[in-house]
Design a protein around this ligand. Structure first.
Ligand code: PRP
Ligand code: URA
Length: 209
């Protein structure tokens, strides 16, 4: 079974409070999601392997480290995952970015895939699938299935807010994928929204609706 990590860092929790607040407007919402994504990238990369190197400083030779192992890739789930890309790229500028386009049918709540484009060397990269919301889990499950079909083998899932139902569904469908969250909320409502959640992440990010 995969692991679930909820980042309790005070900066992440502080900013998440304002992301949740219905009084927060689009501009501020977008900035906060970007900032939290960057802070989460800091935490999610904690276990990256490093290698020992030496470097010449202006004063002498320092024993130091660089990141080793697989190169990284980000896979935002469109649309709302886009809001987290730049914040993560500021921390991991060498990461390549693939995209999976899915929307959740409002009637059936089932995801509908409309676009997939991944880096050509996807099988050699550690991929982080990103989406602010993990509700029923349908979108994340399908996105992960889709990238596995195209060769991805090492995958993490990073979301801002999740419902227990979505976490369990992803764990059952993809037991090899660890899940990284800023918050694990109470439940889903009858429309498949996370309670208390933050509302519709795509609409709040892009000012639609
Ligand atoms: C939202 C969200 C996730 C999905 C989560 O996207 O960004 O992708 O719903 O729900 P699930 O876990 O039940 O699948 P939405 O379908 O609203 O599309 P959008 O990002 O284009 O607005
Ligand atoms: N998608 C969202 O944007 N918000 C939710 O609460 C559930 C799915």
């Amino acid at each position: 079974m995969s692991k679930v990590f909820v980042f309790d860092h005070p900066l992440i929790q502080h900013k998440l409070t304002y992301i949740r607040d219905k009084a927060t407007g689009t501009k501020e919402f977008r900035e906060l999601v970007d900032e939290v994504a960057g802070l989460m990238a800091f935490e999610i990369t904690r276990d990256l392997p490093t290698q020992d190197v030496t470097v010449e400083t202006p004063v002498g030779t320092a024993k130091s480290k660089t990141i080793a192992g697989k190169k990284l890739g980000l896979v935002p789930i469109l649309r709302a995952g886009l809001g987290m890309v730049d914040g993560i790229l500021r921390m991991i500028p060498a990461a390549k970015v693939g995209h999976v386009g899915l929307y959740r049918d409002p009637e059936t709540l089932k995801p509908v895939e409309y676009y997939v484009k991944l880096p050509t060397d996807v099988n050699e990269r550690e991929l982080i699938v990103i989406d602010p919301m993990l509700a029923t889990g349908g979108s994340a499950i399908d996105a992960i299935t889709s990238i596995k079909k195209r060769g991805a083998t090492t995958i993490k899932l990073m979301c801002l807010v999740a419902a227990p139902e979505g976490v369990q569904a992803v764990q059952e469908a993809h037991p090899d994928v660890d899940i990284y969250l800023a918050a694990l909320d109470e439940k889903l409502n009858e429309k498949g929204y996370i309670v208390p959640g933050l509302g519709d992440a795509g609409d709040r990010l892009f000012g639609t609706k």
